[in-house]
Design a binder for this molecule. Structure first.
Ligand SMILES: Cc1cc2nc3c(=O)[nH]c(=O)nc-3n(C[C@H](O)[C@H](O)[C@H](O)COP(=O)(O)O)c2cc1C
Length: 194
């Protein structure tokens, strides 16, 4: 399996409006692949402007926030490509699309890192932060998973939350659980909220 790095990917539309979304970047030799499912704003934006910025952050609320309708995180302009990065990124990569492999479900944008910068000392993830990341992924796949699989994952991830969550992880967990609870109630609008 290739290495996949979970990041906050920023793209811009034709008017220059930024869009933040968590995406896993897939290592591909010297390049990194961004693979957005259809339909998505990230896909539309990459077609309009073949650049992206990947922000690496230890604040897992950004991952949970972006998929629960809380996308308004502070950004600053990127250094080289048109676009923005997270203001509080520990480090970031600026990417230019080299080529695209089209696909009916999940096109792949092969990108080169044209600039990288560090902004702080990385202090690692604790178990609660890793658990929030896992729950965020699960929360984007609710309609594809059997209910008992969701229950089993929740039970396991809650152990890490109860043992090691600080206020940020607790807040992120609560946002995600709101979405999962809404999905279980059959409240499709709330569950789809981005
Ligand atoms: C950690 C993490 C990794 C994700 N990776 C991907 C990915 O590689 N491709 C994708 O289409 N969605 C991925 N998602 C889901 C997207 O973030 C979510 O669907 C998002 O809203 C993208 O759609 P948008 O560009 O329209 O906002 C990921 C979510 C999380 C929490």
């Amino acid at each position: 399996m290739p290495r996949i790095v979970e990041t906050i990917v920023t793209t811009i539309d034709a008017a220059g409006t930024p869009h933040l979304a968590p995406l896993g970047l897939i290592e591909d030799g010297d390049l990194w692949i961004i693979a957005p499912f259809r339909p998505s704003r990230t896909l539309d934006n990459l077609l309009a402007n073949p650049h992206a910025v990947a922000s690496h952050t230890g604040d897992v609320r950004v991952f949970a926030g972006c998929i629960t309708g809380r996308r308004d995180w502070p950004t600053v302009p990127a250094d080289v490509v048109p676009g923005v990065r997270l203001q509080d990124a520990v480090s970031h990569w600026e990417l230019s699309v080299v080529r695209m492999s089209d696909d009916a479900q999940r096109p792949r944008f092969h990108c080169r890192i044209v600039h990288a910068a560090s902004h702080a000392v990385w202090s690692g993830y604790n178990r609660a932060e890793a658990a929030v990341l896992e729950l965020a992924v699960l929360a984007t796949r609710l309609s594809m998973l059997p209910p008992e699989k969701i229950d089993a994952e929740l039970q396991y991830l809650e152990i890490a939350i109860s043992k090691t969550a600080g206020p940020r992880e607790r807040e992120a967990w609560d946002w995600l659980m709101e979405r999962i609870t809404a999905f279980r109630r059959g409240d499709a609008d709330a569950a789809q909220k981005r």
